[in-house]
Design a protein around this ligand. Sequence first.
Ligand code: GTP
Ligand code: SPV
Ligand code: MN
Length: 618
Amino acid sequence: MAIIESPTARATTEFASFGAQPDIDGPGMAALVAWVDEVAALTQPDRIHWVDGSAEENAALLEQMVADGTLIKLNDEKRPGSYLARSDEGDVARLESRTFISSEREEDAGPTNNWVAPAEMRATLRPLFEGSMRGRTMFVVPFSMGKIGGPISQLGVQLTDSPYAVVSIEIMTRVGDAVTELIAEGKPWVRTVHSVGAPLRDGEEDVAWPSNDEKYIVHFPDTLEVWSFGSGYGGNAILAKKCYALRIASVLGRDQGWMAEHMLLIRVLDPQGRAYHVAAAFPSACGKTNLAMLRPTIPGWKVETLGDDITWIRPGEDGRLYAINPEAGFFGVAPGTGESTNVTAVETLWGNVLFTNVALTDDGDVWWEGLTDEAPDHLIDWRGDDWTPDSGRPAAHPNSRFTVSAAQAPSIADDWEEAVPLDVILFGGRRATNVPLVVESFNWEHGVFLGSTISSERTAAAEGKVGELRRDPFAMMPFCGYNMGDYMAHWLEMGGKAEKLPKIYQVNWFRRGADGRFLWPGFGDNSRVIDWVIRRLQGEAEAVVTPIGLIPAPGSLNLDGIEVPQEDLDELFSIDPDAWLEDADLTEEFYSLFGDKTPAALRAQLDALRTRLKAAKD
Ligand code: GTP
Ligand code: SPV
Ligand code: MN
């Protein structure tokens, strides 16, 4: 079969041997082709390229992007098979203010999502997408979240005019003809459309990072569609990730009895070799990739990586909850990733990496704040300007990223594409004050309460004022595709779907002393918290009851080999009832946003917390 006949389709010259519609037939193929045709008629690309997912095609795409100036090829001796992209200065992070849930009913989006009625939103999007791919190639990218053909995998297709998005999706998901075959067989799939919104007039020169000042990231949960316009960056452009695997998937989970969560997933092996599976929900740029690649500083413990950002959780037949990472790669925060903080990540990044907005060294390699203790004498910064250590600005953008295949991590578990039984769930945020290093919940309901109260200091992963404290329940505030009140109820319901539930903990690596420094060494030493948590499961570590939950009994946290002064430890675990009562008021305010949808069980948890805090004051 030839490239499909759309009003604008022309044969490609630079990809003469790639891009034709694959010769795949089946009952589901007509709907796919019709949709590709329909979007092409709207967006009017010069060419349509069906991505087959082959290594040759990938190489050709990369080569073309280097020729076009979109990518810089790094020094093959230093960083083989790797590239650097510099985004537009106005396109460096997710845009929560431009992210919409267009459900039929406003209450299904809820008060914490931007909502516009679907008909109105479609009327807004139509003129934006009309002709938006002119002068460009529209890529048809069939992808699978979860291994291709896996029992709980989900399929989708992204139409995009960004080759950068295509090669990113090829790292982050499983892409190619094998997916198209499943769609042709009639398997369900989600439609996602992405345009950078920068059509080229005849003969017009392209820029390195095309984008549009006007941006929309829109989800239609009722029809399972995503439409994204104007941005080429991360979660705005790799639609399989936040848009599908969290926002759309959370809606599927609500309806089908499972969960899509913003969590890393690891296997922890204790010194006896017993395996435990831990999932952890931390807001963006709060340490998921870091914990996912944890190298324990206490002897005998080992951590295997299963996932670093998204976890789907389902009840299994044996009465446990099973967890799986649906992604195939890591889109990780570069700054702060170094030999002393995450050596596994540094090793993972030896080659075959797509970097975005990091700095370029004079010998054609990359650098970012925290990669080494000392900065090189000269760099080209993320904007493309000369940089020296006394330039007075970061060389890499704070939200600069690496995109790399998960299989390349030396810590990756052999069976990382399979679901595993979940033993522990951690909730964490970035809290300079108030929240102790670790708190154990009394039970599932109390654990869900802890998750619902997570707040965190804003990071550079999204637009907004960095450092400002904001509520981020379950680390899902920007990623829940439906009403957060219903979502909290769904968490409680899931507690009834398994006989042996994971135990829930709250953690905080980011508490600071009066002098502003971190009280806890963090990184590899977070294994000490994991060790305590696992020994709690085994009934081998002592805890003391506090008004907010259980904390380690004195001496029960393994601190062998590190120096944490007693005053720091006291501060790390100090609980100020007055501050917590103030926090409880904010929780009440937050709950009131959802009116009747706030589960009564969580309101009861809040009442009980207040009662315990008041008792502690007397
Ligand atoms: P997303 O990809 O945005 O979802 O982020 P993430 O949660 O995976 O964040 P990541 O692990 O990449 O960490 C982001 C930043 O947190 C980096 O700058 C790390 O250096 C820092 N960080 C991670 N773990 C710790 C820790 O234990 N202590 C301290 N102080 N910083 C940490
Ligand atoms: C996050 O912000 O949580 C990320 C990066 O994981 S992005 O894919 O851009 O959403
Ligand atoms: Mn994330």
